[in-house]
Design a protein around this ligand. Structure first.
Ligand SMILES: Cc1ncc(COP(=O)(O)O)c(C=O)c1O
Length: 413
């Protein structure tokens, strides 16, 4: 991968035609080492957050030896780039063929499930294997998360005991529980509450878990979203684990995606047209900006101009992506110099998670080049940059207020 000192050097040397993923490998390394040191259990990387081969390599080099995979292509990716890694197939709904290929071709032994039907499928597709690790996904409260994943997966507290019992009986190896408190969880106590709920279900089922998997959900930093220190999350999990009815050998696992990769990549896009306060970029909702469009996720943005700085006065812009679809629109607001124009570049930060991962080729767009850069991310949970992103004051409103004509009250004499 070619390295540039800064995104500005890249713009000056190459003026790239296609969008560019700007990769900061050191940020992945630092995040992985932080989790390995601070989390009191095994860390599995949730590949879906960013399946780029460089991410898998950087994590494996930093000592992450286990990966949460959700499909056969993800399994093949990890098998190719981290051949010694252990994989856990944590998608609660899988085809029989995918289960069999994972088990027989790739040596996967850990499977998640949230129904009796899925348990039957796993047992059938593996020929009644006796060496399965079966992880029951529980539905838990997700109101502490900016991106709730509630509703689709997880067995309810009411139905959990019978499924836990069935899973316990089905394997001589590990039986465990997992949950997901929602992505970008802003409340460390959400993990402790979910663990208490898991413990109650285990007690009601009358079984012990060999694994407690607290899932993903660990946050990163975005404009207007400054989470508590990550150490508060691991401390809450330690407290939750201490309060659970588990035995001494029960393993603690987590499956972070976002927190391991969010700050490790940003996206360099070019302004192809300015129409008032809307900038038409060469990447968008069908490319790496899915979350910015569909979830109106607030990403930080910076203008990069080969010829030098732009105006020091910032104003709010929205973005349109390159496809012909009207929903290819990122409302922002993105605060950028008021004189930004066609040919300028915009770096959109904190896009390492769920950025390039969401890319499509709709309308012939979506191809992204990848280069490494050596500057710091726009914000960091690990001390590489400030742990917050200032949200500019809405100067426009101020201007409007100040310049509004005063009401002409007649003075009474
Ligand atoms: C089963 C599972 N584990 C882990 C993750 C990663 O979540 P996050 O990126 O919020 O850490 C996800 C995300 O959807 C998931 O579905």
């Amino acid at each position: 991968m070619h390295t540039f000192h800064t995104p500005l050097d890249l713009v000056r040397e190459r003026s790239p035609e296609r969008p560019v993923a700007l990769v900061r490998q050191g940020a992945v390394d630092l995040a992985a080492r932080w989790f390995r040191k601070t989390f009191s259990g095994e860390v599995l990387y949730a590949v879906k957050a960013n399946p780029s081969p460089w991410v898998i390599h950087a994590l494996a080099d930093a000592g992450i030896g286990a990966f949460d995979v959700a499909s056969i292509p993800e399994i093949e990716l990890v098998a190719e780039h981290a051949p010694d890694a252990r994989m856990a197939f944590m998608h609660p709904v899988k085809s029989r063929d995918a289960i069999a290929r994972a088990y027989f071709d790739h040596g996967v032994r850990t499977f998640a499930l949230d129904t009796h039907e899925e348990l039957t499928k796993i047992l059938d597709a593996t020929g009644g294997a006796a060496d399965l690790n079966l992880i029951v996904r529980l539905a838990v409260e997700t109101s502490g998360a900016a991106y709730s994943l509630a509703g689709k997966f997880g067995v309810s507290a009411l139905d959990a005991p019978s499924l836990l019992l069935a899973a316990r009986r089905a394997t001589q190896d590990l039986m465990g529980v997992s949950f997901h408190v929602g992505s970008q969880c802003m409340r460390p106590s959400a993990y402790q509450a979910a663990m208490a709920q898991a413990s109650r279900s285990l007690v009601r089922a009358g079984v012990f878990a060999d694994v407690v998997d607290v899932g993903g959900g660990f946050p990163s930093v975005y404009p207007g979203m400054v989470p508590p220190d990550l150490a508060e999350y691991t401390a809450a999990i330690d407290r939750g684990f201490a309060e659970m009815m588990v035995h001494e050998t029960t393993e603690l696992w987590c499956e972070p995606g976002r927190a391991l990769v969010a700050e490790a990549s940003s996206l360099l896009t070019r302004v192809d047209l300015r129409k008032g306060d809307a900038l038409y970029l060469n990447d968008g909702a069908y490319g790496s900006l899915f979350d910015a469009a569909h979830s109106k996720w607030p990403f930080p943005a910076k203008m990069i101009r080969a010829a030098g700085d732009g105006s020091s006065v910032l104003k709010p812009f929205s973005f349109y992506g390159p496809t012909c679809d009207a929903i290819d629109h990122m409302p922002g607001p993105y605060w950028l110099p008021e004189d930004i124009c066609e040919g300028d570049f915009v770096e959109i930060g904190m896009l390492g998670a769920y950025g390039v991962a969401m890319n499509t080729r709709f309308n012939g767009y979506g191809a992204v080049d990848t280069v490494a850069v050596e500057d710091a991310p726009m914000a960091s949970m690990y001390g590489l940059a400030p742990r917050s992103i200032p949200t500019p004051r809405n100067d426009n409103e101020t201007v409007i207020k100040l310049s509004r004509p005063r009401s002409k009250k007649r003075r009474r004499r």
